[in-house]
Design a protein. Structure first.
Length: 80
């Protein structure tokens, strides 16, 4: 089996749409109960954001808006 660096180098040569498909497939292959290796900085940022959500002070964006923005960006990237 090839090592991480070889796989990463090969993946970076893929077109954007294929890299996004690969990310999605890899993410789906990770068990839901797996621990994500977040750095201390990211852990603190996540904690802060959760506190804001729980307090009701976070500005949120509906999923449909986020999805539409992502799809628009993908379409724009395909065109260029």
């Amino acid at each position: 089996m090839t090592d991480f660096d070889s796989v990463l180098a090969a993946a970076q040569q893929l077109p954007n749409t294929d890299r996004l498909r690969l990310i999605d497939a890899l993410w789906d292959s990770v068990p839901a109960d797996a621990d994500a290796p977040f750095s201390a900085e990211w852990t603190e940022e996540l904690r802060r954001r959760i506190e804001e959500l729980d307090a009701g002070s976070a500005a949120t964006v509906p999923w449909t808006t986020v999805r539409d923005m992502a799809m628009e960006r993908i379409s724009r990237d395909k065109a260029s």
